[in-house]
Ligand binder design. Structure first.
Ligand code: FAD
Length: 484
């Protein structure tokens, strides 16, 4: 008797290799139907930002192509996941569904109710870890409680868990003839790409989206980025970070692949990074894990202060300042360079993310949630766990957060981490002719120098939106008002 197919429901795992849910479905020796459901209709689902939608479009196109190369294809749907899955099971007469787990509250609630529905109908339903090195609930304090501090969290994760070896990509898919579901739509119909205006048109110059792009990115990074990572990961003017974040966010590559390929390359002598470079890189992957640990235990991380004493923080409502920040027009070159890098490429260097976030929260005293929302919309790697955890970390309201009195001085940060000003010159071209001694503080340059460099402060480049000392003192006073 022929068995019905198994639906493999792709979500944040848009790849074929190291895909336990796919491997498990294929192990049943029956046809599989790869599906993607674009769900903006289920309760409490957070809509993807514009940049993420762009990445999603290209990831789905790449996944479909990889599937076609192996005799299958991706079937795309739109709607509330629970309704879609029920209809697809019915239409395809499916015997089961598999997927990789997700860890946000809305997603987990939907998945739990689909599992219950499957059980009720006698449909096999299995979920797998496809996105993390270690499941969030497996790392606990000795008393079995969630972890609150990164260092013990990571120490325990490493000591008590083996990060599984990645699984190979399936060679081919069993043949299947299916009548098309009336619900199926084309990728184009999802309408994920911006058109008027096409603000993402430059992104393709920077990114090769999809599984192949992810693997190449990792190998490029291992051949000339990881060596020196431990120090130079702080330098936005250098090329020593992996830029893997959007690939990890959408699962074009898994963290297990990143972890093991890195170790294998070093052991094979194909990457001469130091022990310290490796450890620091691994611990950054650990921060991603820790963020998911926090999200799992604090489902409202994007909206609610982890530390409730921040609920009475006297945030300012200043839409002009927020807009200057968003548009890279604050008058602080390192901040403006970061915000423009984000707009132009969909990504921003980590050091600069910390500086711009600190500037928004502390100098401009704008609620961290406004910054989180802007990043959610504009980052290609906008991640439900890492984005909110990082914003709360900078604000001081998060778990294991930066101390409130750490208020980055944007001039000193620029001088330290972009000493020649190359990063600023690249993204803020109106300052390109300013000598390095003034590139991070154009307002201190003599009038004749500004004239020679073609800069007219307040006209073709803004004067600072706020004086550093004034902003710092105002923030410190506000922090003391909530007794931090
Ligand atoms: C305000 C703010 C918002 C952020 N929002 C996001 C976000 O939405 N998505 C996101 O993936 N990261 C976010 N980060 C963390 C970090 O900035 C990015 O992960 C990193 O810059 C991505 O570049 P990369 O891939 O070259 O990182 P690498 O330095 O090459 O690190 C390798 C991988 O480790 C992970 N990682 C590195 N640093 C962190 C970190 N601090 N927290 C969590 N994971 C980390 C990422 O998956 C990254 O791809 C944010 C940081 C700040 C300060």
């Amino acid at each position: 008797m022929s068995k019905g197919p198994i639906l493999v429901w792709f979500r944040d795992d848009l790849r074929l290799s190291d895909h336990p849910a796919l491997v498990a479905a294929l192990a049943n020796d029956c046809p599989v139907v790869p599906v993607y459901i674009f769900d903006e209709d289920s309760p409490h689902i957070r809509k993807m930002g514009g940049a993420s939608r762009w990445w999603l479009h290209h990831s789905l196109a790449a996944l479909d192509q990889s599937l076609r190369d192996k005799g299958s294809a991706l079937r795309v749907f739109r709607g509330a996941a629970q309704t879609c899955i029920a209809q697809l099971v019915e239409h395809y007469q499916a015997q089961g569904v598999t997927w990789s787990r997700r860890y946000g509250a809305a997603g987990m609630a939907i998945d739990a109710s689909i599992k219950a529905w499957c059980k009720d109908k006698g449909i096999m339903c299995e979920s797998f870890n496809g996105s993390l090195l270690v499941e969030p609930w497996l790392v606990t304090t000795q008393a079995g409680q969630p972890m609150k501090v990164f260092t013990p969290y990571w120490k325990s994760a490493r000591a008590n868990h083996n990060f599984a070896q990645p699984l190979p990509s399936p060679q081919c898919f069993p043949p299947i003839t299916l009548s098309a579901s009336p619900l199926e739509i084309s990728l184009k119909e999802l309408d994920l790409l911006p058109t008027k205006p096409d603000w993402a048109k430059g992104f393709s110059d920077f990114w090769h989206v999809g599984e192949v792009g992810a693997q190449n990115r990792l190998l490029d990074f291992l051949s000339d980025g990881l060596k020196g990572y431990s120090e130079d990961r702080n330098r936005p003017d250098r090329n020593n970070v992996s830029k893997l974040a959007p690939y990890l966010r959408f699962g074009n590559i898994s963290p297990r692949q990143v972890w093991h390929v890195t170790i294998n390359r070093i052991e094979a002598g194909e990457c001469n990074a130091s022990e310290r470079d490796l450890t620091v890189f691994q611990s950054e992957l650990g921060w991603r894990e820790f963020s998911y640990h926090l999200l799992f235990h604090n489902p409202d991380l994007a909206h609610t202060n982890y530390q409730s004493r921040f609920d009475s923080f006297p945030w300012r409502q200043d839409s002009t300042a927020l807009s200057a920040w968003q548009n890279g027009q604050t008058g602080y070159p390192i901040v403006d360079a970061g915000m423009r890098q984000l707009w132009k490429t969909g990504w921003m260097h980590n050091r600069v993310r910390m500086v711009v976030a600190s500037f928004l929260i502390k100098h401009l005293m704008t609620d961290w949630r406004d910054g989180e929302k802007w990043f959610w919309d504009t980052l290609l790697d906008a991640d439900p766990a890492s984005n909110s955890a990082s914003w709360q970390w900078v604000a001081g309201s998060g778990a294991d957060a930066a101390p409130y009195f750490r208020i980055f001085n944007p001039v000193l940060q620029g001088e330290r981490f972009d000493p020649q000003g190359d990063y600023v010159r690249h993204f803020v071209p109106e300052l390109a002719r300013l000598p390095k001694d003034f590139i991070h503080k154009p307002w201190s340059a003599p009038e004749w120098m500004l004239r020679e460099a073609g800069i007219s402060l307040g006209s073709n480049y803004p004067a600072p939106v706020i004086d550093h000392k004034l902003g710092r003192d105002r923030a410190l006073a506000a922090f003391s008002s909530i007794n931090v």
